[in-house]
Design a protein around this ligand. Structure first.
Ligand SMILES: [Zn+2]
Length: 248
């Protein structure tokens, strides 16, 4: 025996035919009342609408989320922080990003980011031209350049080998490094890649292909934390690591 079903409707629907569109626009929760075999009564009650982020904010979060090291929560925090900032400050932020993007270029010799090509380091004739320090990123170069005792030149690989991420020698500037070594009077290459597994893999690979050129290959000495990033190491630690470098 089938129970009798009665439907009570919210005032938004009452007295009107409910189309599918209207139903979807007006979320409801359905409450069943009554105990069998008494009639079941289904109430269509208005449900609380969830509030999504407004579209412009959503777009902002999506873009900020793509930056390295920024997760969804951080992207949301930064977005709402920017929205709270005074208009002038937001304009200065946008302007500084655009100016840096437009004026910074890669040095054609060492691939450091600079306003000029060649960069001030490569253009400095007082530096020791026979020794070159190979780093992963321009930030690493800045960290090493704070060590006053090091007066040699640099080369920025633009990354590190990572077989798991399918990053091979063609994805970093290995060819350009070899070309530079073959066309200059470099006698020593200091491998200052990070001390994590990618950096170590890169250093071992580079040592294998540079040594046959008759160039001394050295690796930064102990002092740097294992798994660390050169970029975040302090000046004294890098200085000790350079002076204690070991031949590979
Ligand atoms: Zn340069």
């Amino acid at each position: 025996m089938c129970p009798m079903i009665t439907t009570k409707m919210d005032s938004r629907f009452h007295g009107n035919d409910i189309t599918l569109d209207r139903f979807l626009e007006n979320p409801v929760i359905i409450v069943r009342d009554g105990v069998y075999p008494q009639p079941f009564i289904f109430y269509l009650l208005p449900a609380v609408k969830t509030m999504n982020r407004p579209q412009p904010v959503e777009k902002m979060v999506e873009i900020i989320k793509r930056l390295p090291g920024v997760g969804p929560k951080m992207a949301e925090r930064l977005s709402y922080h920017i929205l709270k900032m005074p208009q002038g400050e937001v304009e200065r932020l946008i302007d500084s990003i655009q100016k840096a993007r437009q004026t910074m270029k890669y040095c054609g010799v060492c691939f450091n980011l600079s306003e000029s090509d060649p960069c001030p380091v490569c253009a400095d004739s007082t530096r020791e031209y026979n020794i070159i320090c190979v780093v992963e990123t321009p930030q690493d170069l800045i960290a090493v350049s704070k060590v006053k005792e090091y007066k040699g030149l640099y080369f920025v690989l633009g990354g590190a080998l990572s077989p798991l991420d399918a990053v091979g020698p063609d994805d970093i500037r290995v060819d350009k490094l070899l070309k530079r070594l073959k066309s200059s009077k470099i006698t020593e290459v200091i491998l200052a890649t990070d001390t994590d597994s990618k950096g170590e893999t890169t250093a071992l690979y580079l040592a294998e292909i540079i040594k046959p050129l008759g160039i001394t290959v050295t690796r930064l000495g102990y002092g740097l934390p294992v798994g660390g990033d050169i970029e975040y190491a302090d000046e004294i630690t890098i200085s000790r690591a350079i002076s204690g470098r070991k031949e590979m």
